[in-house]
Design a protein around this ligand. Structure first.
Ligand SMILES: [Mg+2]
Length: 379
């Protein structure tokens, strides 16, 4: 690590506190850390791998609530809740103060489509509150696929056997708002469909999406040679590590099911775009988020802001548990990304992953942070 003399001489004359001077004599690093969540920091709702201890090292103060020593964020393909709400959940589970700007979820990339669909009728599916997620991004006419389907009688022919679904009644006689929404759904074409998080009712969602995508956005109507309605996935994970001891099917598995059925029914390829890791664009885009965190929330004594503003980050560490998602994405993004694979989630091998080897393999996230602090000469 090269010493940046110019950047800390001024600090030396501005303080007489020997402890701070001691700190400033060290080179100030130019790096950031992106943490995957499931299988790295949490398994289900429980912290794993010494994650709470590891994260606390990244804060300047002992309340773990304010200024950061190191710019860090959470880069997850999970989702279904707005970033603001997810930040509160993570704060409670991990014992540090997480800011909404530090939460980058698979569906965060959907914000880039606001210009195109802001005032268009769109549908969103997935666990949690997919419609609220999209509304908070600024989309004005968004329906959850559940609410949307409820306006079409018998669109899901087995719905009466689903004890978990709550019938959504939109009685136009007593609910003017419901009447307007019903009118909108039955007269307008859907302009885009979004898979925001892991779908809950695969059967219904595949049925309704096949209807919407091929009909030009209005189930029960002829296509009229319209193009397929655009379809966006927040992620493409085939499997992920949840609370169950073995891996669970993810959005990528749902995509395979939808694609296979759509193509068997309609005899044309399904067109779609997948965001989330390992899409290298996600890694490139998140560099701007790192800069924002650096400028707004980091202590100048610890991080070399000036150098980063001029030269960019020297290293961005991606700590993940899934070789085909976290490691593949960081590798394809290239410099300044450095990939660290933990053994607490999807990957459990003794050696490195064969197809997508990480730059470093460790047992836990705590070991990963130990390595980073040692490499960057900070304590
Ligand atoms: Mg993971």
């Amino acid at each position: 690590m090269q010493l940046q003399f110019g950047s800390f001489q001024s600090h030396l004359v501005s303080t007489t506190n020997s402890r701070i001077q001691c700190r400033l004599l060290q080179p100030r690093p130019s790096f950031g850390i992106a943490f995957d969540i499931d299988g790295v920091l949490l398994r289900g709702q429980h912290p794993i791998g010494g994650s709470t201890k590891a994260l606390r090292r990244l804060y300047v103060d002992s309340t773990f609530s304010g200024t950061l020593k190191v710019p860090f964020l959470f880069l997850t393909n999970g989702g279904g809740t707005p970033e603001s709400r997810r930040a509160i959940e993570l704060s409670e589970l991990l014992g540090v103060n997480v800011l909404p700007s530090q939460v980058v979820q698979g569906h965060s990339s959907f914000k880039s489509l606001l210009n195109r669909f802001e005032n268009e009728l769109i549908i969103a599916t997935g666990k949690g509150q997919p419609d609220l997620v999209m509304s908070e991004y600024g989309f004005k006419k968004v329906f959850s696929i559940g609410e949307y389907a409820s306006f079409f009688e018998n669109i899901d022919p087995v719905s009466q056997y689903k004890s978990w679904t709550s019938k959504q009644a939109f009685d136009s006689n007593c609910d003017p708002h419901g009447s307007m929404r019903r009118q909108s759904v039955l007269s307008e074409r859907v302009k885009a469909a979004f898979v925001v998080s892991d779908p809950v009712d695969w059967g219904r969602d595949i049925q309704v999406l096949c209807d919407v995508l091929r009909s030009g956005g209005l189930p029960g109507h002829q296509n009229g040679n319209l193009n397929q309605v655009p379809l966006y996935f927040a992620a493409d994970d085939l499997e992920y590590q949840g609370a169950f001891p073995f891996k669970r099917l993810g959005i990528g598995a749902f995509k395979i099911a939808l694609e296979s059925i759509f193509e068997r029914i309609h005899h044309i390829p399904l067109e779609y775009v997948c965001y989330g890791k390992p899409n290298p664009l996600v890694f490139k885009n998140v560099e701007a988020v790192f800069r924002q965190i650096l400028l707004s929330h980091c202590d100048d004594h610890f991080v070399n802001k000036g150098d980063i503003e001029v030269n960019g980050f020297k290293t961005l560490y991606m700590i993940g548990d899934n070789p085909v998602v976290d490691i593949k994405g960081a590798r394809e993004a290239g410099r300044p990304w450095f990939s660290i694979l933990t053994r607490t989630g999807v990957f459990k091998g003794k050696e490195n992953h064969v197809e997508f080897p990480a730059d470093l393999v460790v047992n836990t996230v705590e070991e990963a942070v130990d390595y980073i602090f040692a490499s960057e000469h900070i304590s």
